[in-house]
Design a protein around this ligand. Structure first.
Ligand code: TRP
Length: 350
């Protein structure tokens, strides 16, 4: 029985709390239960960063250091560098013929991103990254799946539209050529979408500029929390506040144990707890959570080889699976041309 995970992140810089609660905590729980592949999506990062390529290598490193710091274990799971898996490019190009332009134009996540990033010109690579994401996932599919085989994609809520497309592509391919792919399942994390602290309604991200990074110092965290919004009607300590409209309180709910949440709630309502003190409590809780991650980070930063090695080993492992997949794909699509070339004469594997 094959039970596999493939999921990933774009390598566009350091990771923040939204990545932690939306994805990484979920991955940590699953990494020992499944044969896990975590993708460093550096090609997908080009969809928005094609004009900032100098920073790519460092971003890949930062993401791996974040992964290791939170406890992803490269001995148990594989860290895969997308650009170094040639099989992805090939599979993506075959999949493009199974997807209509309309399906991409209507994709809600693409629409949101175009707005959020303020893209005035949308390049083709950006429009078709969901197709390449489908190949990220399906390259790791158990081939001609048996009952009990599984391919799981643990992701944040914003990715569900893409995984739906992946399932569509698997189904179309299976119907058109040969039933070799499994339809992957998704699993959304504990907190599918972490709002930022500014009451903007946006999710935490680099564009919201007060994202709390896993690599922030305790003082940086305090400062970002201090700048967070609270109930605008509560001006000074003594005023009764409404926790239900307060972004800071919503973080207490996510990051504090129930007794603490109740205490904060009551204190805010009664006016006995001021916003300054309330924010300090939150910052302390966040820093307590982040401290062990910081400790790990400082150890890892002394051994840069760990990063390189994790990527090399993991990428090789994914390629081993990918080569088998591509043989099945070429065969299913009649692209192996045995009668003309002979498989041995013309070995396509890079
Ligand atoms: N789109 C994901 C993000 O924005 C990254 C990603 C690339 C991904 N390939 C994937 C996620 C495959 C899940 C599965 O972070």
């Amino acid at each position: 029985m094959i039970r596999r995970i493939l999921t990933g992140m774009r390598t566009t810089g350091r990771l923040h709390l939204g990545h932690y609660v939306g994805a990484l905590q979920n991955w940590l729980e699953l990494q020992n239960e499944y044969e896990s592949y975590f993708l460093l999506a550096d090609i997908q990062a080009l969809s928005t960063h094609f004009d900032r390529v100098e920073g790519l290598e460092d971003s890949v490193r930062q993401v791996v250091i974040d992964w290791l710091s939170v406890g992803l274990n490269p001995q148990a799971s594989s860290f895969v560098l997308q650009s170094k898996v040639p099989e992805y490019y090939e599979l993506t190009s075959y999949f493009t013929f199974l997807v209509s332009m309309g399906a991409l134009e209507g994709n809600p996540t693409l629409k949101d991103e175009i707005k959020a990033y303020g893209l005035s010109q949308v390049n083709l690579g950006f429009m078709m990254y969901p197709v390449s994401q489908a190949s990220d996932v399906l390259l790791l599919s158990p081939i001609s799946p048996q009952p009990g085989d599984e391919l799981l994609v643990p992701v944040g809520e914003d990715q569900l539209a893409h995984i739906e497309l992946t399932r569509d592509i698997a189904r179309l391919f299976n119907r058109q050529y040969s039933p070799i792919f499994i339809e992957p399942k998704t699993k959304v994390g504990r907190i599918p979408r972490l709002a930022d602290l500014s009451a903007s309604g946006k999710k935490m991200g680099k564009s919201t500029n007060n994202a709390i990074f896993l690599s922030d110092t305790p003082t940086e965290v305090q400062e970002k929390v201090r700048q967070g919004m609270t109930d605008p009607a509560k001006i000074r300590r003594g005023d009764s506040g409404n926790p239900d409209v307060c972004p800071i309180f919503s973080y207490h709910k996510l990051f504090q144990p129930t007794e603490m949440v109740e205490e904060v709630y009551a204190g805010c309502r009664a006016g006995s707890l001021g916003c300054v003190e309330c924010k300090a409590k939150l910052a302390t809780a966040l820093n307590t959570m982040l401290d062990p991650i910081r400790d790990n980070r400082s150890k890892i930063e002394q051994h840069p080889n760990l990063v390189t090695e994790a990527i090399m080993v993991g990428t090789e492992k994914a390629r081993d699976v990918g080569k088998v997949t591509m043989e099945a794909v070429r065969h299913a699509m009649h692209l192996d041309y045995p009668s003309i070339l002979g498989n041995k004469l013309f070995d396509l594997s890079p």
